[in-house]
Design a protein around this ligand. Sequence first.
Ligand SMILES: Nc1ncnc2c1ncn2[C@@H]1O[C@H](COP(=O)(O)OP(=O)(O)OP(=O)(O)O)[C@@H](O)[C@H]1O
Ligand SMILES: [Mg+2]
Length: 357
Amino acid sequence: MSLFKDMLGADESLFKNDVALDYSFLPKILPHREQQQRHAATCIKPLLVGKNGRNLFIYGAPGIGKTAAIRHVLNELEEETDEIFPIYINCWQKNTSFKIITEICEQLGYKLTHNKRTEELFEIAKGILNKKAAVFAFDEVDKLEDFDFLYTILEEIYRKTIFLITNYPDWFSDLDERVKSRLMSEALEFKPYTAAETKNILKQREEYAFYPGVWGSDAFELIAQKTASVQDIRTGLHLMREAGNLAEEKASRKITLEHAKSALEKADSFTIKESSELAEDEQAILDIVKNNSDSKIGDLYSIYQKNGGKLVYKSFQRKIDKLEKNKFVNVKKTQGGKEGNTTIVKYATKTKKLTEF
Ligand SMILES: Nc1ncnc2c1ncn2[C@@H]1O[C@H](COP(=O)(O)OP(=O)(O)OP(=O)(O)O)[C@@H](O)[C@H]1O
Ligand SMILES: [Mg+2]
């Protein structure tokens, strides 16, 4: 009987390699970021001929390839030469000088970091690094709690390139003057991808992650369009995985428009970063917004202070900004009115429906 002919068997899958939809997956070729990778490479180039490198401040919205592009450059560098140490650190995870120096030591292969102070660890790292040259990529730098390590690297590591990566264009101008003047950094902006670029990028991921021919072209098109409108590749990766899972649940051999639509609806409550990834103070601020949704930012700040919050108002605003960029809260600016300009912050229980974009 052919009743089950068109159905997907229990041991069959539409996914050839679903790891390729992970946010941390790095494709071999990174389309539409060639220029930015070249710019980063130019900053490193002097290191290859025994000179000092240049530093680069990199900024742009979430999910548009900043981390991917820089990791790519570091990987290529590693293949090209043994004379330069490539060091990548996510400052969300390692947010103090001590944690960063410990991590640098470990990446350099020095494992006996236990019970050592920051200064001792730095001396060890310095001894290794100054035998050669180094490229440091500090990602999500707006999460840093102190900059001592940066100052020390600038002063004491002779041949280096430093990349600083963030979502915030004005983060750099708020930096300590001593660090800023030593960095002498150029800036590189990552702009969101165009609709056509977004589609290409997702197409490439489709080929990595799914068996050929499983995607209906209208289903793929819908997800590509939504991704382009939210300007964040992570959304597309998430939706592709969801649509694939939904199709599999229905034992369908194809991912149809209907599956893509259901994935969009399901993505209703989807936030780009998991709230468990938030630093402690951000979680505390998010809780305040949650319990006082639709309040003025000034009032939220007062509550934050009453609860013992230590950040100055400007930093608090920046945290709210970051929460907004990652879609945990919505911010509405109202102009005029009897109280002048105010900012109203709303908790995004269910973040904006992707279908609403
Ligand atoms: N040009 C591209 N080609 C292929 N994949 C890409 C490209 N740009 C981004 N991606 C993929 O999209 C996802 C998000 O990219 P990435 O992590 O680099 O974003 P980001 O700009 O660093 O965002 P954030 O500011 O939130 O850290 C990753 O899985 C990445 O591999
Ligand atoms: Mg990133």
